[in-house]
Design a protein around this ligand. Structure first.
Ligand code: FAD
Ligand code: SF4
Length: 515
């Protein structure tokens, strides 16, 4: 009797749990490009190209490896609308003994499958996704009874679990091993906050040559999603495991050594900097996150990079990435509904068209996003995220934007980063204070302000940088909720020094700007 294994678009790993006991003689894999997933937000064209290309290439890889695969394309005549519609059709057609899937990464999709199982009384087995370091159970254990879910404590657990950058410091004669972090401390973030001088030129990402699958998908996306946000030009992302591994090796060889120090830097003429640009590959299964960390650890021991870069990279993956996933599953579905500041302003049009703002930082980051379906962490957090927070944008609208525009965006990772880290809509579950800043920070970490219409040194009045008056306005408006936060002691002390007249002018500038 046949088992039907349904593989979703972010489960493109040969070692995915749903394939673990696959019987090549009788079992069948089903993969489908469905309209509902392609259009529930208006995904960036390059995101669609990336995911559909990677899916088609993975289906070919499975076939080459002897798996029997049914693959339904979005432009096939059967017009598949949703996962469940497809599953119903194939369930009728193949009459499998059992349907097997690996747990979908998003709450919404898991619910669809759960409902399907209950309503149709079908033998559907949902397996854990063991491509993550922490299980849901482990995160829940860590989180229970804690007032504050600090990343740092969770990260230490993940270092201990994986053994990454840990060394045995016990004497040779000791009967028991004692593991301590390499370098004597867990975190080297303080060494990672430099700006990128103009004479530093980050290497380009290697050019990728695409196969027919990718060319077909580009043509399909061009036709079917012509009105979606984003450029289709120069698509240069990997869509096979081999290509993604090559990109990662290039990062290790050419960018890792500078990853740490320039991690937070932003420059107008720089798109990818020294970042790895692998989140999209890890998220869909083209790269294995743990293996990437092991490679980076090896590079440190070989002297390719210093400890600050290696630790910084490893913390992003087994720390932040795992923590964010834990938060998502621990707090969903209520998490998505939180709106701590009760913000309800509409997302400005310029988020979809960079030419509609004179704010050079925003215009640049949105243009890079339009071109690449990528911007790096600090751009997402301190430019587009910071502005959305200060301007009081409705969390649902800004979340939808982030989910649509980045090639690596899946709700489990996008939502806690946006809702929690960038706009503090969760009231402090993820961040210990809102990541709000004035133009000062942007000026310190980038060269955007030099070419801006606005004056970063001015807080109010003509051409005053909007980040400045919006920042103070945000602190004034939310004083009852934020003043007692010890991490905001200095901003509120500074606010206290402002006269009533100054405060009035700030509020007036903000009100006029947000009209
Ligand atoms: C508002 C906002 C929205 C975000 N949305 C997403 C998203 O939809 N998908 C996504 O994968 N990441 C998201 N991030 C996290 C982070 O910005 C991206 O993972 C990173 O920019 C990807 O670029 P990179 O591969 O060059 O990462 P690098 O800077 O090279 O970091 C290495 C890897 O660490 C992991 N990582 C680093 N920070 C985080 C983090 N905070 N959460 C999860 N993983 C992390 C990623 O897998 C990344 O590839 C978001 C961050 C913010 C502030
Ligand atoms: S002056 Fe203000 S708006 Fe202009 S780039 Fe600098 S921070 Fe952005």
């Amino acid at each position: 009797m046949t088992n039907l294994v349904y593989i979703l678009g972010d489960q493109l790993s040969l070692n995915i749990s749903s394939l673990k006991d696959f019987n090549k003689k009788q079992d069948v894999v089903l993969m489908t490009e469905v309209a509902e997933e392609a259009s529930y937000v208006k995904h960036h064209k390059k995101k669609l190209i990336f995911i559909f290309s990677a899916m088609r290439n993975f289906a070919d890889l499975l076939s080459k490896n002897g798996f029997k695969v049914h693959y339904i394309k979005l432009d096939d005549s059967s017009k598949p609308e949703s996962f469940i519609e497809q599953l119903t059709i194939f369930n009728k057609k193949l009459k499998p003994k059992k349907i097997i899937i690996t747990e979908p990464s998003e709450y919404r999709v898991l619910k669809m499958f759960d409902d399907f199982k209950i309503n149709k009384n079908i033998d559907l087995e949902i397996r854990c996704d063991d491509r993550f370091v922490a299980t849901h159970h482990e995160f829940a254990n860590y989180a229970k009874d804690k007032k504050k879910l600090l990343l740092e404590n969770f990260y230490h657990l993940m270092r201990q679990k994986t053994g990454l950058l840990m060394e045995n410091v016990a004497k040779k004669t000791a009967s028991k091993a004692i593991f301590k972090p390499v370098g004597g401390k867990w975190n080297f973030d303080q060494e990672n906050r430099q700006t990128m001088p103009a004479n530093v030129v980050p290497p380009e990402l290697p050019k990728i040559s695409h196969n027919q699958n990718v060319m077909d998908v580009i043509a399909m996306v061009e036709k079917k999603f012509a009105k979606n946000f984003g450029s289709i030009e120069d698509f240069n992302y990997a869509s096979t495991h081999l290509q993604a591994e090559k990109q990662f090796r290039d990062f290790i060889k050419n960018r890792l050594a500078n990853f740490g120090i320039y991690q937070d830097a932003m420059r107008q003429d720089v798109d990818f900097g020294f970042h790895s640009v692998i989140s999209m590959y890890i998220n869909v299964g083209l790269l294995d996150p743990l293996k990437c960390c092991q490679e980076v650890e090896k590079s440190y021991h070989q002297g390719i990079c210093d400890l600050a870069s290696a630790e910084g990279f490893i913390r992003q993956i087994i720390g932040w990435r795992e923590y964010i996933r834990g938060i998502y599953w621990f707090f969903m579905p209520k998490y998505a509904e939180l709106n701590y500041f009760k913000h309800k302003n509409n997302l400005p049009e310029f988020y979809w068209d960079h030419q509609k703002t004179k704010m050079n930082c925003l215009s640049n980051v949105i243009k890079q996003t339009y071109d690449n379906a990528y911007s790096h962490h600090i751009q997402r957090l301190m430019i587009t995220g910071n502005f959305a927070l200060l301007a009081g944008i409705d969390p649902k609208q800004i979340n939808e934007w982030y989910l649509a525009v980045y090639a690596d965006a899946f709700e489990w990772v996008e939502l806690p980063n946006t809702h929690g880290m960038a706009i503090y809509a969760d009231g402090g579950i993820v961040a210990s204070k809102p990541y709000c800043s004035s133009g000062n920070y942007i000026n310190k970490m980038s060269n955007f302000c030099k070419n801006c219409y606005y004056d970063v040194k001015k807080t109010v009045g003509e051409k005053a940088c909007p980040f400045n008056f919006l920042y103070w306005n945000f602190l004034i408006k939310n004083e009852p909720k934020l003043k007692s936060n010890p991490r905001l002691f200095y901003p509120y002390s500074n606010l206290q020094r402002k006269t009533k007249e100054e405060i009035k002018t700030i509020e007036k500038n903000a009100e006029e700007f947000l009209k």
